[in-house]
Design a protein around this ligand. Structure first.
Ligand SMILES: [Zn+2]
Length: 299
């Protein structure tokens, strides 16, 4: 039997303190071969709230588990109604200075790869290539019967057509694209099945309570082994799916550097944790490296 995954982590007193000194991050990037591991914290400046930290959405929202999703039609209706509404917000989100800096570091050959725990596609939107989406992507939908994947955009159109006039006001939006709606607001929402086989559709993301596909984990482990150092951006590393790569890097003697406002579960493995906001911190790092960060909004 699966247990409900740990969604919360409480910092202990013995963790090393945060710093505002970006020099180790600059030095690591200058040396090259930096593997980036990013989390929800890099997307908060794009208007997608974090689960954790101050006002984190976990305080009012527990993400649906895979077991709940496959467990019943009512749970899936609730999921798709909320997710359909949330998708509109995600569709409007734009990459921020943090995403653009990461893409610029890669263009300058300083970064060996990007692994993200985010499902929002914003690294790619900023121009990063070959991003490994550890927890999948909200951009795709997978059929649980025939295994076919299809674009989320197509499903969104079918859901629009099946639910004309569905536009409840959400209390909030979460990093998994789930809008906060009450049970009353989702009554009557019509879910559509797989267009090919009539099976149950699920977003192609790793739910809480689901494991990351083993071949994806192995790919990430290889990326860690082939890197020079690991740079964690905006993750509390609460879930094991990301923390294990921090441990692997540390065990392999590779420096781990973390930029995250709050304490993380990986701090004891890290050379340093910089407690600065990501957009500003990475912009400063780029300046010190003489790396130009393109800002399409300023063009
Ligand atoms: Zn199917």
């Amino acid at each position: 039997m699966r247990v409900r995954p740990t969604l919360r982590w409480t910092p202990t007193d013995d963790l090393p303190p945060a710093t505002t000194d970006l020099a180790p991050v600059v030095d690591a990037l200058r040396a090259g071969g930096v593997l980036v591991l990013s989390g929800a914290g890099i997307s908060t400046e794009s208007g997608i709230p974090d689960y954790r930290g101050e006002g984190g959405s976990l305080s009012r929202h527990t993400p649906m588990t895979f077991q709940e999703f496959v467990g019943g039609a009512a749970a899936r209706r609730r999921y798709w109604a909320r997710s359909h509404l949330g998708w509109r917000t995600f569709g409007r989100a734009l990459p921020n200075a943090g995403h653009r800096a990461v893409a610029a570091f890669a263009r300058h050959g300083l970064v060996s790869g990007v692994i993200t725990q985010n499902v929002d596609g914003l690294h790619q939107a900023a121009g990063s290539e070959g991003v490994v989406e550890l927890h999948g992507s909200l951009d795709r939908v997978v059929c649980l019967s025939c295994g076919r994947t299809s674009p989320r955009r197509d499903l969104a159109e079918r859901l629009e057509a099946a639910n004309p006039g569905f536009s409840p006001v959400a209390a909030g939006i979460n990093p998994d694209g789930d809008a906060d709606l009450t049970d009353e607001q989702v009554v009557g929402f019509r879910v559509v099945p797989c267009a090919v086989c009539g099976g149950v559709l699920k977003p192609d993301v790793v739910y809480f309570g689901e494991t990351v596909p083993p071949q994806r984990v192995e790919l990430c482990r290889r990326m860690v082994r082939e890197s020079t150092s690991l740079l964690v951006l905006g993750s509390s590393l609460t879930v094991m799916s990301g923390l294990r790569f921090v441990r692997l890097a540390a065990e392999s003697g590779k420096p781990v550097l973390i930029v995250n406002r709050d304490a993380t579960r990986g701090d004891r493995h890290a050379l340093t944790r910089v407690g600065l906001p990501l957009g500003a911190a990475l912009t400063t790092v780029a300046e010190r490296l003489d790396v130009t960060v393109e800002d399409p909004a300023a063009a």
